[in-house]
Write a protein that binds this ligand. Structure first.
Ligand SMILES: Cc1ncc(COP(=O)(O)O)c(C=O)c1O
Length: 408
């Protein structure tokens, strides 16, 4: 019998973590063994409702029949051959991504941080080839773009960076929505800037949407000063915010967009989509990846996109979103001391508390609801797009009970 046909006791798993794994994570006291739709089951077969989707990854939930079949069929045929050869799955996926975003070209990699690294190289190449060596970047305070060296340097959060200096130089931080600060930076450093990266809703900073007027000004200034505008859609992409991509809400087009998380519904994959006109910035040999877009992940990403679009899951997610916001705001009205704000777009929802949210997350887990807390005080709710109304209701009732059990 294989080691995986039966769940191991949680204590055995924890002991192996202690003995064999780097202690860089602090997992909650649960190991999931099985998932179906929006339901998760731990090693003791306790059931949970998933309001987190593995941090906005499993947008189609767990065990989706067409995804399982695509994995099985693809695994039997071919998993990997490398980017030394053409690959039909990658070709069809690139075509589908472009058809559903903007005219451009795609590069595939394996994670969000890698997609951003590729985007930063694109911007540096733009600076070298077209702007006399411009190499600096503009970023937004509290942004999160990943944990590899360049992505970490362009992440404007000291807690992510601390202990790993020196960071990349020439990175300028602007306070989100500060139009004057933005104009001043472009006036002073415009000729030296090669790129600017933004999240349209700052996820790790606590689900903080940017003002549309600010986003439009970012677009205008980037165009005026020939600065590549990179929109990081790693957390917001694939229907999470009620549109396929969040830039659609803002009515702008990026020069480059980075994707990962939900792209392959749980298989590790990232992508950089580059608008037409910039594709010659990364040519033969300038960038690459061994695994990027291999047959398996590309097939699953293709299937994921087909399902989101073909089943109109975004309309379903928008209807659910209304229900979540209505109920959460009713709860807020009853508990104004505890709940400061309910915000977000689509099923990318933040509930800002007046105190740290860790205990609430723990109490929800004990009662069978999975969510998390970011920026210390913001509960993050990101259920699968195909969540049923029944489980939305049950999950929200658990959350309401936990809120009401909190000491005042
Ligand atoms: C907006 C954003 N960018 C980049 C990343 C990094 O992605 P990954 O963890 O796949 O490297 C994340 C991850 O949370 C993210 O939310």
């Amino acid at each position: 019998m294989s080691d995986f046909q039966q769940p191991l006791p949680l204590e055995t798993i924890k002991e192996k973590y202690r003995r064999y794994m780097l202690p860089n994570y602090s997992p909650a006291n649960v190991a999931f063994y099985f998932g179906q739709g929006e339901l998760l089951y731990d090693t003791e077969n306790k059931q949970y409702i998933d309001f987190l989707s593995g941090i906005s990854v499993t947008n189609l939930g767990h065990g989706e029949a067409d995804i399982v079949e695509a994995i099985r069929e693809q695994a039997e045929r071919i998993l990997h051959s490398s980017n030394l050869f053409y690959n039909q799955e990658q070709a069809l996926l690139a075509e589908a991504l472009i058809q559903h975003s903007f005219p451009g070209r795609v590069f595939f990699c394996n994670s969000g941080t890698e997609a951003n690294e590729a985007a930063f190289k694109l911007a540096r190449s733009h600076g070298q080839k077209r702007k006399g060596g411009a190499s600096e970047f503009a970023v937004l305070e509290n942004s999160f773009h990943g944990r590899t060296m360049a992505s970490m340097s362009l992440t404007a959060q000291s807690k992510v960076q601390s202990g790993f200096g020196p960071l990349l130089e020439g990175i300028h931080r602007i306070v989100p929505n500060d139009k004057e600060g933005l104009e001043k930076l472009f006036e002073e450093r415009g000729p030296s800037l090669c790129g600017m990266i933004i999240e349209l809703i700052q996820g790790e900073a606590g689900i903080r949407p940017l003002d549309l007027a600010f986003v439009k000004l970012v677009r205008e200034l980037c165009t005026e000063h020939a600065v590549l505008l990179i929109v990081d859609e790693i957390q917001t992409g694939f229907g999470r915010t009620g549109k396929l991509f969040c830039y659609e809400h803002a009515g702008i087009l990026p020069d480059a967009m980075t994707l990962a998380k939900a792209l392959a519904n749980g298989l590790p994959m990232g992508a950089l989509v580059v608008a037409l006109g910039h594709e010659e910035l990364l040519t033969g040999g300038m960038h690459g990846s061994t695994f990027g877009g291999n047959h398996l992940v590309a097939r699953v990403a293709y299937e994921t996109l087909r399902i989101i679009v073909g089943r109109d899951l975004i309309s379903h997610a928008n209807a659910l979103s209304e229900y979540f916001f209505r109920r959460l705001r009713l709860i807020q009205a009853e508990l104004p001391e505890l709940i400061k704000e309910v915000r977000g777009l689509g099923l990318h929802i933040g509930v800002e508390l007046s105190r740290p949210g860790k205990e609430i997350v723990g109490a929800c887990l004990t009662q069978g609801l999975v969510l998390n807390c970011t920026a210390e005080k913001v509960l993050r709710i990101m259920p699968p797009l195909n969540l049923s109304l029944e489980n939305a209701d049950t999950g929200l009732s658990i959350l309401e009970r936990v809120f009401k059990d909190q000491p005042t």
